[in-house]
Design a binder for this molecule. Structure first.
Ligand code: SF4
Length: 419
């Protein structure tokens, strides 16, 4: 066996069944450690926690299982070795409120019955100094129990920058308990160069910002909660301003729905013209419904896989980063039912298992003051990423979509010498 390419992988992506195995074929045993095996036209791609390898037909059975010699050599090369967790992952909602009114937001409790930009949301709370004290005490105890010495904070909301003082104080005081770095998921409408600089000085390294398609679509969907006003130009301008003031990196998430689909090609070019692609990772995500009545009629079949492939290639050609597909990963926060390696804390100090349930009263699994409730009481509330999303398609269709998009990306990275 020759392992033609071996690289460290980036973001976690999904399920590892070869798309060539038809409905009647016996399903190969799942690979260990979340590894995946994808069939492309010219070769096979092995995606393990230790990297990506290009394999030939002689390494794989017709049903899509690794042959023993190939599997042994991948083990020997460390391709199945799980990555080491080096930091405690702490997500904190600094504000549960938001200044935008996106209809698909998983923190909505229903749609806006008046058809406007004010869907009802989870209860409003705001991070205070006292709660920060409790959060940091809890975090110190959890880090000691897990034997972790570094802290990675996610500033989350609602919109975290509705409480800039809470963000700054949390980062400043966290540095007293451990070496701290941070990232933030923000709509970026409130990010000034001055605030970006202060956050970066306290350890913020990257920000994830969402676009709902090209400008006209975005300005119809991702609107101000109070006035329904447009936000595209403000967001792009704020990112550009923060880029000049700091070394922050950006992850630009592009929401894909029936409303945004046709504008994504133009959006990619527009973003490349307005921002520095070398500082941005672009990723595309079909929006789902967590049960708040948001309808996305776009299916994971038809032209969608090809469109994802085209967008990724265009983004790469314009100088953006597109994260390499990798092995299926266990989420460091919700993937461990005792919260061993991370926690999600709402602004009032309640604990949730996952971002998607944070701030929702029926989903609490503890508080930072008292710790996690016993597992037998939280079992039904311990959900993981994506558990709440509802799709009109079955899991096999979703897996085929992901596999085909990832295979096309790996082929292109390989062809263009980027792997
Ligand atoms: S900007 Fe984010 S938190 Fe605010 S409404 Fe939209 S999706 Fe929800």
């Amino acid at each position: 066996m020759s392992i033609d390419q071996a690289v460290n992988v980036g973001l976690p992506v999904n399920i590892g069944r070869a798309p060539g195995s038809g409905p009647q074929a016996p399903a190969p045993e799942p690979l260990p450690s979340g590894a995946r095996l994808l069939k492309s036209e010219r070769n096979w791609w092995f995606l393990g926690p230790g990297g990506v390898a290009r394999l030939r037909d002689r390494h794989v059975t017709p049903e899509g299982a690794l042959l023993p010699d190939a599997e042994r050599r991948l083990h020997e090369s460390g391709m199945f070795a799980p990555g080491r967790i080096s930091s405690y992952a702490l997500t904190v909602l600094t504000s549960t409120h938001c200044n935008l009114g996106c209809g698909y937001c998983f923190q909505n409790t229903a749609q806006d019955q008046a058809g406007g930009s004010r869907p009802p949301r989870i209860g409003r709370s705001r991070l205070t100094s006292d709660t920060i004290t409790q959060i940091l005490g809890f975090t110190e105890r959890q880090m000691a129990a897990a034997g972790l010495e570094k802290l990675r904070i996610l500033l989350f909301g609602g919109e975290p920058l509705l409480n800039p003082r809470g963000c700054l104080e949390l980062l400043e005081r966290a540095a007293d308990i451990a070496p701290t770095s941070a990232w933030m998921i923000s709509n970026a409408t409130l990010l000034t160069p001055h605030l970006a600089r202060r956050l970066a000085d306290l350890g913020l390294t990257s920000v994830q910002v969402t676009f709902d398609g090209d400008r006209a679509d975005h300005d119809r969907i991702r609107v101000g909660r109070a006035d329904g006003g447009a936000t595209f130009d403000r967001i792009v301008g704020n990112i550009a301003g923060a880029c000049e003031a700091t070394a922050l990196q950006w992850t630009l998430r592009v929401n894909v729905s029936q409303e945004t689909f046709h504008g994504v090609d133009a959006l990619i070019d527009r973003l490349a013209g307005a921002l520095d692609p070398a500082r941005c990772t672009l990723y595309f995500a079909r929006i789902g419904d967590v049960g708040v009545g948001y309808a996305n009629s776009l299916l994971h079949t038809g032209e969608l896989p090809a469109a994802f492939g085209r967008w990724q290639r265009r983004a790469l050609d314009l100088g953006f980063t597109v994260s390499r597909p990798g092995a299926r990963k266990t989420c460091v926060t919700c993937g461990h039912t005792d919260g061993r390696y991370g926690a999600v804390v709402s602004a009032d100090g309640t604990l949730a298992s996952c971002w998607e349930t944070a701030g929702k009263p029926d989903w609490e699994v503890g508080t930072v003051a008292d710790g996690y409730q016993p597992a037998e009481r939280t079992r039904d509330r311990w959900i993981a990423c994506q558990d709440l999303y509802r799709y009109d398609e079955d899991a096999r269709t979703l897996a085929r979509f992901r596999d085909s998009v990832d295979t096309a990306l790996l082929d292109y990275l390989h062809e263009t010498g980027r792997l």
